[in-house]
Design a protein around this ligand. Sequence first.
Ligand code: DP6
Length: 331
Amino acid sequence: MHLREQLSGQTQSPGVLASGSHFAPSNIALCKYWGKRDAALNLPINPSLSVSLGHLGTQTQLTPIDAAADEVWLNGVPQAPSSQFSTRLLRLLERLRFPEEPKLRIDTHNSIPTAAGLASSASGFAALARALNESFQLQLSDARLSVLARLGSGSACRSIFHGFVEWQMGQRSDGLDSHAIPWPHTWPQLCIGLLKVDASVKAVDSRSGMQRTLETAHLYQSWPAQAAADLQALRQAIAEQDFALLGARAEHNALSMHATMIASWPPLLYWQPDSLQAMQKVWQLRQQGLPLFFTMDAGPNLKLLFEAQNRQQVEAAFPDLEILQPFVDEI
Ligand code: DP6
């Protein structure tokens, strides 16, 4: 069955394609997605939990064009069709388009500060899913939008929503039940500090990194159970606004994921000397009584977790920090 029919029931083109501009926020996982049970559909081995970053993310516009090929623009600059960036976006578009429909121009703008070392594929595919939904007039529910975004990049399924977002791993082989859901809780005091160690493109991206871990790391066997337990603890932390529990579980979860990476072969170590130095500084400050934790993704940068009342102390220790309050920032 054509993906479009599977998602929306649509079997023929609505005719004229609409053009619209859509935003999706970036997200930071507190319980990480690491490992796929189906690589073609981006179906995860474990559920995950993230917090969306308010106004930081991607704005994407789709416009039908009278041309022989699609066009991809990033921050106002045309991208080569063969670049990795264009190929991934066009692959998702191609899976949805009917043959008789026109080519499109994809215009993508990232509001993520380039210095923050944040990946933009999550917000990028979520914004693209929203724009495709409008262009092809699919009228997808949020859950189906999340499924569509997931096909572009797993973590993108969480960027369909704001606030705390859980990606329910689902059980079906077609993946229609593997999508994100928003949690009702807010946490206005919660701050995320983006600590850039190195924003250059990483040597091994998340996609190949998690595949390598799955295939070669003996420690990976313990990961699904750990992630499930972390998710439960984080659920409790958020419901009770227990910051010490939230920070500890998020940090432990990230370090456990990195332990599985390090146990891969060839080894995957995303840390740089400055990453380690920053971790040790966090631990030292914590020992001195400051409730400060970190999480890390498949890269050398740290995302610090703390509450607004400790902002000054954290800023004094890390002057270059980009600080966000996901539940207060204007959306
Ligand atoms: C470490 O979503 O980028 O950031 O599904 O292959 O596109 P693909 O992977 P991706 O992996 C993100 C991994 C992570 C953890 C997380 O965001 O949950």
